[in-house]
Design a protein around this ligand. Structure first.
Ligand code: ADP
Length: 499
């Protein structure tokens, strides 16, 4: 596929990283193995990336452990740590355009999203946690005169971060930034589909002056690299965003090794509920369409179940479909594109399989449903809407991680809550209503870690992010994420009278 004129020169000048970072130096797999990094934009090989193995994980973890034990980072003053992380944020900002281009090539997401959403949010995480790191206070206990007790937050040690491909750098920085800010060392394993920005940022961390061994990146596949990290006896915690299946494995690995802590941000089947008294039906229709089709549906909080009050169903579905029709599939590198390719042939086939399954279950296909732009060699699926979905429908139960919306109806608040909660997941949920009492009571009854009223995905880094039920546990974002990477130590002095 030809590269759009305005971006061709940038692509030609882009140097793709092809090394890991271990112990403050660029590194390749010990056995020299590499794998082909494919761009979903056209199915072509972008470059070769180290296919690390167990020995490489051992090496990275040893470097992280040494850095943690001698305190070269942990024991620096908060002021100095902050300076280094700010410097890292500045370097990411300097290289924002290159990072965005890499992210778009690696994932198939629109260059406009990578430039305006993914990379700026990754930078924001680094800045936010740098700014927060000297505002972590402990507690003084209510002891009697002969005692003095206090509790302090101490970094856990070596954090293994295993991250997904949908927002590669953004998700990585949700974890790496607070873990580093708390004084830990980190070994990051980015998803094999989209390793480039993590590899580049590890290089920038060296340039920023982060001491060797504090931030390491090992590339490769879930097995062996992710598994080796999660089974490692010298890793204190695994922080993960990805599928429920792998989340389960990580808990087994932790149980079978050193009982490392595990924090899991898994999938969802998030409902967006629209009542007839919705204060702004056009805004709700925008949110219903973009809530599921943003990033080609590859979002853990995707609003993949739309619950509409029966009296407005036909009108509202028409509005949502109108918005969705304007979402044109396009070349991710064209700056006007707002909807690009799916991450891989496999992920595309999962979406297409669910579309076929929904047809065979007799659901009513309202929009889309096809692979398009196949001649490019890329993996493109149209925004797809099914009506007549019910709680037993496969697309109401299984996470697709693709651009497929299922529309359902309800008659009243009680039924809306019942349908919304009828899922093993509990990540995000949203409702649109002008009735304050109803909104209040529903926010209490919805079993989800995120509830948005009259807006979708409407909070930011200041608020905790994570799920109830099988959507996982542990929170990214907010000060809770800082505390996640720390243990509490209680210290008590027994005092004698002053002489
Ligand atoms: P998806 O199925 O959508 O690709 P995954 O949950 O498989 O999502 O991937 C998320 C991350 O988990 C990736 O970095 C991947 O390499 C990693 N991973 C996959 N399998 C394992 C495993 N068995 N152990 C540890 N990490 C894994």
């Amino acid at each position: 596929m030809e590269i759009p004129g305005q971006i061709a020169r940038r692509v030609a000048n882009l140097v793709l990283p092809d090394t890991c970072v271990m112990d403050g130096a660029l590194a390749r797999a010990a056995d020299g193995a590499t794998f082909d990094n494919i761009s979903p934009r056209d199915g072509r090989v972008l470059n070769k990336v180290p296919a690390c193995g167990v020995a490489d994980v051992d090496r990275a973890v040893a470097a992280a452990r040494a850095a943690f034990e001698d305190g070269r980072w942990r024991r620096q003053s908060p002021k100095d740590k902050k300076k280094t992380l700010f410097r890292l944020a500045e370097l990411m900002e300097r290289d924002l355009d290159d990072l965005a281009l890499m992210e778009s090539l690696d994932t198939g997401k629109p260059i406009s999203d990578a430039t305006n959403v993914d990379i700026p949010l990754a930078i924001q995480s680094v800045r936010w946690y740098a700014e927060a790191l000297d505002k972590i206070y402990g507690e003084v206990g209510p002891s009697n005169d002969s005692k003095f007790s206090y509790a302090v937050h101490e970094p856990l040690g070596v954090i293994g971060a295993i991250t997904p491909w949908n927002f590669p750098l953004h998700m990585a920085m949700w974890k790496v930034a607070p873990a580093l800010a708390m004084g830990n060392s980190v070994v990051l394993k980015p998803a094999e589909q989209s390793p480039l920005t993590s590899m580049r940022v590890a290089q920038l961390a060296i340039e920023a002056g982060l001491p060797a061994g504090v931030f390491n990146v090992v590339t490769g596949f879930g097995r062996p690299v992710g598994e080796a990290l999660a089974r490692h006896m010298d890793v204190d915690m695994i922080t993960f965003t990805g599928s429920g299946a792998v989340g389960r494995q990580l808990m087994i690995y932790a149980g079978e090794s050193n009982l490392k802590r595990v924090s899991l941000e898994l999938g969802g089947k998030s409902p967006q509920i629209v009542f007839a008294d919705c204060p702004d039906l056009d805004a709700a229709a925008e949110a219903a369409a973009w809530g599921v089709f943003f990033n080609q549906g590859e979002v853990c909080t995707a609003a993949s179940r739309l619950l509409v009050q029966d009296s407005i169903k036909d009108d509202f579905l028409r509005r949502v479909t109108e918005v969705a029709r304007t979402i044109k599939v396009g070349d991710p590198l064209d700056p006007s594109t707002r909807y690009g390719a799916m991450i891989s042939e496999r992920q595309m086939n999962t979406a297409l399989r669910h579309i076929d399954q929904s047809k065979s279950e007799g659901l009513n296909l309202v929009l889309g449903g096809e692979r398009v732009m196949a001649e490019t060699g890329g993996f493109y699926v149209e925004p797809t809407i099914f009506d007549g979905v019910h709680s037993r429908s496969t697309i109401a139960r299984e996470e697709i991680f693709g651009p497929v919306l299922g529309v359902m109806t309800f008659k009243d608040a009680a039924e809306a809550v019942q349908i919304a909660n009828d899922t093993v997941y509990g990540l995000a949920s949203g409702l649109w209503t002008a009735d304050l009492d109803r909104a209040m009571s529903m926010t209490r009854r919805l079993r989800a870690g995120l509830v948005w009223v009259n807006g979708w995905d409407s909070c930011d880094i200041t608020m905790p992010f994570g799920g109830f039920k099988q959507s996982g546990f542990g929170r990214d974002r907010s000060l809770h994420a800082l505390h996640k990477y720390a243990d509490l130590k209680s210290v008590t002095f027994t005092l004698r009278e002053a002489r």
